[in-house]
Ligand binder design. Sequence first.
Ligand code: ADP
Ligand code: ZN
Length: 438
Amino acid sequence: MENYSGENRCAADFMDIASLRDVQLSRLQKIVAHAYKNVEFFRNRMDEKGITPEDIKSLTDIQKLPFSKKVDLRDTYPFGLCAVPMSEVVRLHASSGTTGKPIVVAYTKEDLDVWSEVMCRGLAGAGLSKNDIIQIAYGYGLFTGGLGAHYGCETLGATVVPASVGNTRRQVMLMRDFGVTGICCTPSYFLHLIEQADIYGIDMRELPVRVGIFGAEPWSQGMREQLEKGAGIEAFDIYGLSEIIGPGVAIECSEHSGMHVFEDHFYPEIIDPDTGEVLPDGEFGELVLTTLSKYAMPMIRYRTRDLTRIIAEPCKCGRTIRRIDRISARSDDMFIIRGVNVFPSQIESALLTVPGVSANYLIILTTEKGMDNIELQVEMSPEAFSDQVKVLEDLQRNISRAVESVIGLRIRVKLVAPQTIARSEGKAKRVLDQRIKG
Ligand code: ADP
Ligand code: ZN
């Protein structure tokens, strides 16, 4: 890979800002022209606004361009947004369909190179190198997680263990037998691996694994502490979505204070989700991304529905590419209960401030006597399970209070036995909405 010297740094992450902006502008102009010429959808949308590719003279001119959304991908399913002939497309993926009908994305050979490059830059920034043995426990297949991480690790030169998801016992054995030093998977699945290892009599902290690359779902600081302590590793948050490329849009460096966006390839903006107005760096809103160098399916000003903010201040690591904050929530995950907007991630953060609880939980919404009701089921740790009733009642009360202080609603907390909440191999399912609609 160009620019990658085999060390923990890649020149493109440290470019001076003026050169970075130049690269972004010239790539933006090229990709907008490409999308306009080859995709009817983008051409029509731009024509409606009276914009042509020639109107993009500066980076702020991006704001003149129309937004695109997931529904546009669904409406043009499967290949309506393709900007190259199928003979140029070498790979298809589909989003995991967490929020509805899956969408399809396409890649040229060069697009795959970009993807491997950003993944490799991210892994290198997380301290991994060709000397590492990396297990990939994201699903392989149409989901972008497995193959995205796979090619990134190979580009890095690391030894890849393509375990995919499932067969937890084998995962743990592979980690131990192969001396795995890095792992890529969802944070909830890694928590499951730690617990299962314990059941098999293996202490994850004694294995050589030292770095975890966790993403594909929101996770809290409390979860980070559980994973880092439970396995004796350093955990890195990685963000991405199929529509933009897959994993590797942004990732933490060893400062762990936000995720660096590979903005020479993915141009970030934050907007007010209600008005579409562009917000200044530092303000929270919806992340909008433009792919600057993806040719099979360019995305112009794609509204991710993920909520975060841009951190423009220089990072201590010296990378000049800007950061985004932890994805605080995905707007699709929000539910409204008794008129209050609640995100599962708020409940997780509150829950994990209480000592002695595990990050295995489930939010159950029901209708009782015509009213919305919310119950939080929390698994007890095996140690807590045998505690006295009084201790458990206190725990229940502490959880309820912690959650109430964050969401402003009193909720029912039910402690359940260890290993009773279903584990997911991919994205954890945190909310069960059984309310009567209508
Ligand atoms: P789907 O929309 O079906 O879940 P993807 O598999 O492409 O499809 O998932 C992308 C989404 O996953 C992102 O838009 C975001 O909501 C979520 N996501 C990915 N990485 C992270 C992360 N590190 N933190 C929080 N959410 C994440
Ligand atoms: Zn940094």
